[in-house]
Write a protein that binds this ligand. Structure first.
Ligand code: MIC
Ligand code: SF4
Length: 741
């Protein structure tokens, strides 16, 4: 690494940020031979490892199985965490999931076994905590089929969320391509204290950058404030960096990382890192004069930072706790809080549990009864086992909390809410990262707010959204007014981590003989058929399927929750395509006009009718289309059902790549205002797609129902090889062409 970093500094000709050091030392071509232009050049990288979770691994591995390879080319792991519903508590819920999803778990286990992939069983933990505990390392580069792969930035990695098809490239031994990111520097001064937690740093950053402000950029944190935070606290910040659209976030190697590596049985990694310490952080000149080296710089004084709650419905709506009472009233947000949920990959570390437990313990000691229900998802079996040993779980149980499985649970709508609300307006607070409409419980009127675990605990105890623990008193069982003291936490377990069965299965040395079976009549799994190549002609007679209004995240395009069960079955999951998107013409979800019949029907039904009639279609959308998840189903479903084009004001990074990989045409309005020209009965004719080329805009004729026409321009970011994916019908078709089976 030292050699590569020195070489990169030489060719770039200036001091380097940490992000650049990691990027330049992971070039597919080896040593850097030239500097790249940020935000412009596509570059081939060689990531060190890959992680996949159960809900995305199914599609990733179904694609990999088509690639004709014997083994994965780089270390890869699969983690079963998304398919476990939270209902009664860990023991019962895990047994239920093992029964209801056994077909999928068995499939993932046998594919992993066959191709040399490490397999983490259901209950072992949430992918990103398990990766941080076992695999992440300073200076490394990894990709993962989940947008929160970025969590590993807490241990000084460049870790990036991708769609399954990207992971397949790397599993198949090919380079991984990324547009060289821009760099945002965040200088942290001061020190956190009192009620303010690492979570508040990212809640604040989200408020500043908004959900699209980090698009195409790596956020690099530095300064004394960064060094003063724990490694898992840094993980929290990097994790939720996905919510500003950032490619990833990272921190330079420091003592907190060394402590964490040692506590998680990796003293050897810490020692190796210590030897090249200066290469695992940005150069001094960079941090001394960040304005010169970063594209944008943000400065946050941790000593001044206040605790926040972000929400509802979007993770960037940041409100300091002290202003929540006023803002909630103004916006008519329900004040009563029904649930407090602690956990998710973002905030389920040992330290997080200790800080939340320090609040829970006070409630018990001060004779307070929690007014809201409280649910906890520990991040991994190691954390759970250790927390149980150290009495932390008992504290939560004393407060009547439910300990759910070490899994995603309510964070991804895997939640059978005991106080089910129908579509009743209600409020929940959680320490997760995403709070899009319907995400946790399917109810569009659940107002979900994001805060630190300790703040969630305090609010759940008070039962009120407008509770400010720094100021407000609570009435206890004896009718006495009490206050909650500031939280205290323990960074790492003083007696060390411990675990009986971490839940890991190593793959066979030689998996050649292992036969993967997928039942023909399975409703959960379906082998993939290749998509058709492009016929080389202009697309014409393209009908508008839906013009999506406002926020259209991957949750709107391919909902999770109950639909997670079909993640391995493309035909079945396609029945959720765009059912959450708002139709701009009637402001309703899942009700669009079928231009063949003139009738209104559900989006998937209308699209299936177009498909049956052989009519190509287009989806139109607003800004940051495809925000959120890495799930490539959001690109594969439209592809499978015959949508040819997605035309929007702007894309979220992972979704745009997913569309390209699956052979779709993902393009943006050259003139944003042209979005307004599009009417419900429109037909689109591409004028010059036949000469599709990099850096050349496309012209589209829009024919309205009254016969009038508009000619608009659309931009695209396809390079030569990405145009080839479009031509061949998908990136996978191209791999298959070059693969020797
Ligand atoms: C999420 O947090 O939205 C998910 C569920 O983890 C997704 C992955 C998926 O949809 O399977 C993500 O973040 O990429
Ligand atoms: Fe799981 Fe939630 Fe993390 Fe996504 S954000 S990986 S659903 S815990």
């Amino acid at each position: 690494m030292a050699d590569r970093v020195n070489k990169a500094r030489e060719v770039v000709g200036k001091p380097l940020t940490l992000s650049e050091k990691i990027l330049y030392s992971h070039l597919w071509d080896g040593d850097a031979s030239k500097g790249f232009t940020r935000g412009k050049d596509y570059v081939d990288f060689a990531p060190d490892r890959i992680a996949c979770q159960d809900a995305t691994a199914q599609m990733a591995l179904l694609q990999f199985m088509q690639a004709g390879k014997k083994n994965v080319a780089v270390p890869t792991t699969v983690h079963c965490d998304h398919l476990i519903q939270a209902k009664m508590g860990a023991t019962i819920d895990l047994a239920t999931a093992n029964k209801s999803s056994h077909e999928v778990f068995d499939f993932l286990e046998s594919v992993s076994n066959k191709y040399g992939i490490g397999f983490w069983k259901p209950g072992a933990g949430i992918i990103h905590q398990v990766v941080l505990e076992n695999y992440a390392f300073p200076g490394g580069m990894m990709i993962g089929t989940d947008s929160h792969t970025v969590n590993a930035g807490g241990l000084g990695m460049v870790a990036i969320g991708v769609g399954g098809a990207d992971a397949v490239d790397v599993m198949a031994g090919m380079a991984w391509e990324l547009k060289f990111p821009k760099l945002i520097g965040v200088k942290l001064t001061g020190k956190l204290s009192g009620w303010t937690a690492p979570k508040d740093v990212i809640l604040k950053v989200a408020g500043i950058l908004t959900v699209k402000g980090g698009t195409g950029a790596i956020v690099e944190y530095f300064g004394e404030g960064a060094r003063s935070m724990s490694c898992t606290g840094k993980g929290t910040i990097c994790n939720m960096g996905a919510e500003v659209g950032a490619t990833t976030s990272t921190f330079g190697y420091d003592d907190s990382m060394e402590r964490y590596l040692k506590a998680t049985n990796r003293a050897d990694v810490a020692e190796a890192a210590n030897e090249i310490r200066e290469h695992l952080t940005g150069d001094d000149e960079v941090y001394a004069n960040p304005g010169k080296y970063f594209d944008e710089v943000i400065e946050i004084d941790l000593s001044e930072l206040k605790p926040h709650l972000n929400g509802p419905f979007t993770p960037d709506l940041a409100t300091p706790i002290s202003e929540m009472a006023k803002k909630a009233k103004e916006n008519d947000w329900p004040i009563k809080v029904d649930w407090g949920l602690i956990g998710s990959c973002t905030n389920s570390s040992y330290e997080d549990l200790t800080r939340a437990a320090s609040i829970a313990k006070q409630a018990v000691d001060k004779k307070l009864i929690a007014k809201s229900d409280l649910g906890i998802n520990p991040g991994s079996e190691t954390i759970r086992f250790t927390a149980e040993r150290d009495g932390l779980l008992q504290i939560f149980e004393d407060l009547d909390a439910t300990i759910f499985t070490n899994a995603c649970g309510p964070c991804i709508g895997q939640w059978d809410r005991s106080d089910r609300k129908g579509d009743e307006r209600n409020t929940i607070v959680h320490s997760f990262n995403r709070n899009f409409s319907k995400r946790a419980d399917g109810n569009p009127n659940t107002h979900a707010f994001v805060g630190s675990p300790e703040m969630v605990a305090a609010i759940a105890i008070s039962g009120r959204l407008d509770f400010d623990p720094t100021r407000d008193k609570l009435l206890n069982e004896d009718g006495v007014e009490v206050m909650l003291d500031e939280p205290t936490g323990i960074e790492l377990p003083p007696k060390g981590f411990d675990v009986k069965d971490p839940g890991y299965l190593a793959p066979s040395e030689d998996g050649n003989a292992i036969d993967i079976k997928v039942a023909g009549d399975s409703e959960r799994l379906q082998l993939l058929e290749p998509f058709e190549p492009w016929d080389g002609k202009n697309l014409t007679g393209v009908k508008l399927l839906i013009k999506a209004f406002g926020k259209c995240t991957t949750d709107h395009i391919s909902m999770a929750g109950p639909w997670l069960r079909f993640r391995g079955h493309l035909d079945n999951i396609s029945n959720n395509m765009l059912i959450g998107a708002i139709n701009a013409f009637n402001k309703k979800t899942n009700l669009v006009k079928n231009q063949i019949t003139g009738e209104y029907d559900a989006v998937p039904a209308v699209q299936r009718a177009y498909k049956a009639a052989g009519i190509p279609t287009i989806v139109v959308g607003d800004h940051n289309y495809g925000e959120g998840s890495s799930r490539e189903h959001a690109a594969m479903e439209p592809r499978f059902l015959g949508v040819r084009v997605v035309l929007v004001k702007s894309f979220a990074r992972i979704h745009e790549t997913n569309l390209k990989k699956q052979g779709m045409l993902g393009i943006t309005f050259t003139n944003e205002k042209d979005y307004d020209l599009i009417l419900e009965d429109d037909t689109f004719n591409f004028v010059d797609l036949e000469s599709f080329a990099p850096d050349k805009s496309l012209s589209i004729e829009i024919v309205h129902a009254d016969g009038s026409k508009d000619l608009i321009k659309a931009n695209h970011t396809y390079n030569e090889s990405q145009i080839e994916w479009f031509k061949q019908g998908s990136a996978l078709n191209l791999i298959k062409m070059h693969s020797v089976v």
